[in-house]
Write a protein that binds this ligand. Structure first.
Ligand SMILES: Nc1ncnc2c1ncn2[C@@H]1O[C@H](COP(=O)(O)OP(=O)(O)OP(=O)(O)O)[C@@H](O)[C@H]1O
Length: 334
């Protein structure tokens, strides 16, 4: 594996990802689900990773934890986690410890990945034991506090099996698992999508409070630009396995530069402020064939496409404003 970064850059970076590539082997060919991704996840901030379904958000974060399963594999890159090391080079045991203790996570599939045969409380104990937690009583106390905070009847939930909980309850339980070991870095993958709008807003508010109280570094994976607008300090926009634009949320929402980001934002009445002005993004995300073509993966859907876009693949450039954008059309003056 080719490690392009040897040390954490000077800014307060909790996770530095460089040149990360992840592919899935399928019958139709290899899908570059994460393609040459560079991102600095800043310590103490909430970073939103946004993009349509299939854009590679979950794969990127699974890659960060070096938890890609077959038929996927990491082909190159480095993931330097502050205080831990390169997740792609650590020995298996140190990686396992980092997942949970340094990086708490709840993945989209997590609400189904609870053990159906064990009560939630026992699963908290299992987690504690697997991370050599000495004071298991204190761990259960923390689990209860978190569950209560998340609006659940903690005693009842700890005594329940997964099938006794609704989808929304399981998502809250997932968030509890991500936080219960006091990890500093927390990855929440569509952690509130099974909740109705009101519950989603209140759970996200609690996530924000916990983030601030604990001084966490939080990564929120979502397809909902509204969630990013409400919570994230920084945002990375993914398309076809690449980060096409990243920067501070405030600036990116005020002046999106990549045509895909513009399309994503323009599709949301809550952000455009006028339902009549909201224009849905046309076309569909890249498929296996599109990946194989030269040129920009967004070219087929792009309102600003030029000839060059169909033959050359743009790479990410840092603009004077500090924004990273991967598009031939974008210049510093825009
Ligand atoms: N196990 C797998 N086998 C083959 N291809 C996969 C597998 N998991 C993901 N992919 C493909 O990798 C690409 C990225 O998927 P990923 O789930 O990371 O995207 P996502 O942005 O998180 O989407 P979603 O919001 O739907 O979860 C997609 O093209 C997807 O079809």
């Amino acid at each position: 594996m080719n490690a392009r970064v040897e040390s954490i850059p000077a800014a307060k970076v909790a996770v530095a990802v460089r040149g990360l590539n992840v592919v899935y082997s399928t019958n139709a060919g290899e899908i570059p689900a994460v393609n040459n991704v560079d991102i600095d996840i800043l310590a103490g901030k909430i970073t939103g990773i946004i993009g349509e379904s299939g854009s590679g958000k979950s794969t990127l974060m699974m890659g960060v934890m070096n938890a890609i399963n077959k038929p996927g594999r990491i082909t190159s890159g480095s993931v330097l986690v502050d205080g831990v090391g390169d997740m792609l080079k650590l020995d298996k045991e140190r990686q396992r410890k980092a997942r949970g203790k340094d990086m708490g996570f709840v993945f989209q599939a997590a609400q189904n990945s609870l053990n159906p045969l064990r009560r939630i409380g026992n699963q908290v104990l299992d987690l504690g034991r697997s991370h050599n937690v000495k004071d298991l009583r204190a761990l259960i106390r923390r689990a209860k506090e978190l569950l209560t905070r998340l609006g659940l009847d903690a005693d009842r939930v700890l005594a329940s099996y997964q099938h006794e909980l609704s989808g929304g309850m399981r998502q809250r339980v997932g968030i509890m698992f991500a936080l219960v070991l006091d990890a500093r870095i927390v990855i929440l993958d569509e952690a509130t999508t099974a909740l109705d709008m009101l519950s989603q807003a209140s759970v996200l508010e609690i996530v924000r409070e916990l983030h601030e109280e604990r001084g966490l570094t939080t990564i929120l994976i979502t397809h909902d630009m509204g969630v990013v607008a409400d919570l994230a300090d920084r945002v990375a926009v993914m398309y076809g396995g690449e980060i096409v634009e990243q920067g501070s949320t405030e600036e990116l929402l005020r002046k999106p530069k990549h045509p895909y980001t513009q399309g994503l934002i323009g599709a949301i009445p809550r952000i455009t402020g006028d339902i009549d002005l909201a224009v849905p993004l046309k076309g569909s995300p890249p498929d296996v064939k599109t990946y194989m073509q030269p040129g920009c993966l967004f070219a087929g859907r792009c309102p600003l496409v030029m000839d060059k876009c169909r033959t050359e693949r743009p790479t990410s450039r840092k603009l004077a404003s500090g924004r990273d954008v991967s598009c031939f059309r974008v210049s510093d003056d825009d």
